[in-house]
Design a protein around this ligand. Sequence first.
Ligand SMILES: [Zn+2]
Length: 155
Amino acid sequence: MSARGAGLAPDRGAGMTTGLSDADQELVRLARAIIWQRYRPGWHVVGAALRTRAGRVFTGVHLEAYVGRIAICAEAVTLGRAATEAGDTDIETIVAVRHAGGHDPGTALKVAAPCGMCREMIADYSPAAAVIVPSANGLVRKPIAWLLPDKYVRD
Ligand SMILES: [Zn+2]
C-alpha cells in the first residue's frame, strides 16, 4: 500500500462509522486506500475490499472499458482475486468505495452500495455475507439478503 493511501481514515468527511467494528472500519479504510492509490478516471473509479470468514482480506478496483457494458465492478474483481489467490470465496463482509474526483480524500471517497449485478454475485457465493453501505446514520452493515430479496436462483 502506498504511503498516500495508508493514512486514510475509514470515512472521514463522509458520515459516521460508529456502528462498525474495528475490523469493518479497517475494511472500509482498505477500500478507500486502494481506489485512492489506483484511481484512474474513466478506468478505475471504484475500489472494494472484502474479508472472508477465515479472516483473509482482499482488495480490488473496477475495470472500465470502451464498451461500457463490459465494465467489471470492483466487488467482482475483488471476489475474483479471493477465488484465484486463496480459493476462498466465503465472504463475511464486503464494501465498495467510489472516487468522485478531486484531491481531498475526505470529500472524494464515498462508500457505495453494490449494484444489482454485484448483489446477485455476492449472494451467489456467500448468502450470509454482510455489506457495508451508507445510510442516513452513517455506514452500516446489512445482510446481502436484505439488499436482494427474492434473488434469482437456477435450481
Ligand atoms: Zn457492481
